[in-house]
Unconditional design. Structure first.
Lengths: 188, 188
């Protein structure tokens, strides 16, 4: 059963289960309009963040289809929590998953999101044998779009006016990577 | 719920349609890209029952399936489906299956156009999609002919009949439909 028993170690980051001590950092992150701009939510209140944190503390395993693994992204150099990363097990029958991330703007531009998401892709392909992992973003979210592309994912979809969010029709990009493509990357 | 077009009647399925269902669903060329294999009697009866129940679109999550009858002969030549997505964003999906003997005469195009009209003008959908196997070029061409845009090519997103399958997604928005249907009266 793929519960995270140990944090995932990358060059500069520790991807680890959430704890109550993450409340301040998470509240700080999710109260920012530039972070929630393309999310479904508006900037969250502290109470809303506390509720979210409680949920994420339980979401530390991928046991069944529908489960989501949420991890805090910690900068090893400072011990600071700088963002979140998640992997959703979309389908067992079709071996599909989805990655996502939120990163504090103070730490954008240094490759941390790439490093964290790449580790989650590896986790999905290796630990639960996913065949395909997707990443989605609003079609105006340049940062996310560039990141998913940089990771070597292919843009497979551009859904126009798929959802009504925060008073407007929003369009979505879907990027994807296959297991074989991840293998090929790992070999280079 | 009965819809009339120039050459067709779209109406709910009835018990007498069993022979049509049995005939069409025993054909490998028909079921090739459907989620089931060729059907025997019991499966055909079960499918007909499901279709007879899918006779109205009252709320998001409902699915409507109509038999397509040739007005001239009262023969059933296919069926169309209109699904109202449960997502709450006024999204729908069209589907269609036509007997190979009646392909190549524009009947499917005529029936699907009328189904789109139902979705946009009566149900008030904002966006309607159509999906097909990436190898189903006939289906893709029909959706293109109607004026739908290809929004996605999902690669190996499903384990389908013993191999990885890929999917095309076409879409039409309500304002695009408005422009097209103004022309459609001149071009059946």
């Amino acid at each position: 059963m793929p519960t995270i028993s140990e944090p995932i170690d990358t060059d500069r980051l520790l991807l680890r289960p959430f704890s109550e001590t993450d409340l301040d950092a998470l509240a700080n992150l999710l109260a920012r309009p530039d972070v929630t701009r393309y999310l479904y939510e508006d900037p969250l209140t502290r109470d809303e963040v506390a509720k979210s944190l409680g949920e994420h503390m339980d979401q530390n395993h991928l046991t069944n289809q529908g489960d989501a693994l949420w991890l805090a992204v910690e900068l090893k150099a400072t011990g600071e929590m700088i963002g979140t990363v998640h992997l959703i097990w979309l389908s067992q029958e079709h071996a599909q998953g989805e990655v996502g991330f939120r990163l504090h703007p103070d730490h954008w531009g240094q490759g941390y999101a790439s490093e964290a998401v790449r580790a989650m892709l590896t986790h999905g392909f290796r630990e639960i044998d996913l065949h395909r992992i997707i990443g989605t973003c609003d079609d105006r979210n340049e940062l996310s779009r560039r990141l998913l592309k940089r990771l070597g994912m292919r843009q497979e979809a551009h859904f126009r006016e798929l959802e009504w969010v925060k008073g407007e029709w929003c369009s979505q990009l879907v990027f994807a990577m296959l297991r074989s493509e991840w293998h090929a990357q790992a070999d280079t | 719920m009965t819809l009339l077009t120039e050459r067709l009647v779209l109406r709910p399925f009835a018990g007498a349609d069993l022979s049509y269902i049995e005939d069409v669903m025993q054909r490998p060329d028909v079921v090739r890209y459907l989620y089931w294999d060729t059907m025997g009697h019991d499966e055909a009866v079960a499918l007909l029952e499901r279709r007879m129940q899918a006779d109205s679109l009252m709320q998001p999550g409902d699915q409507l399936v109509l038999a397509v009858e040739l007005r001239e002969t009262s023969q059933v030549i296919g069926d169309v489906m209109l699904g109202w997505a449960g997502s709450g964003h006024q999204q729908g999906e069209v589907g269609y299956i036509f007997h190979p003997h009646f392909q190549g005469q524009g009947y499917a195009t005529e029936a699907v156009r009328t189904t789109l009209r139902l979705g946009f003008d009566t149900v008030g959908l904002h966006r309607v999609i159509g999906r097909c196997d990436a190898r189903n070029t006939a289906s893709a061409r029909l959706m293109e002919r109607i004026g739908m845009r290809r929004e996605a090519h999902l690669v190996e997103n499903e384990w389908f009949k013993g191999e990885w399958g890929s999917e095309l997604i076409y879409a039409l928005l309500d304002h695009e439909w408005a422009l097209l249907s103004a022309d459609a009266t001149r071009d059946p």
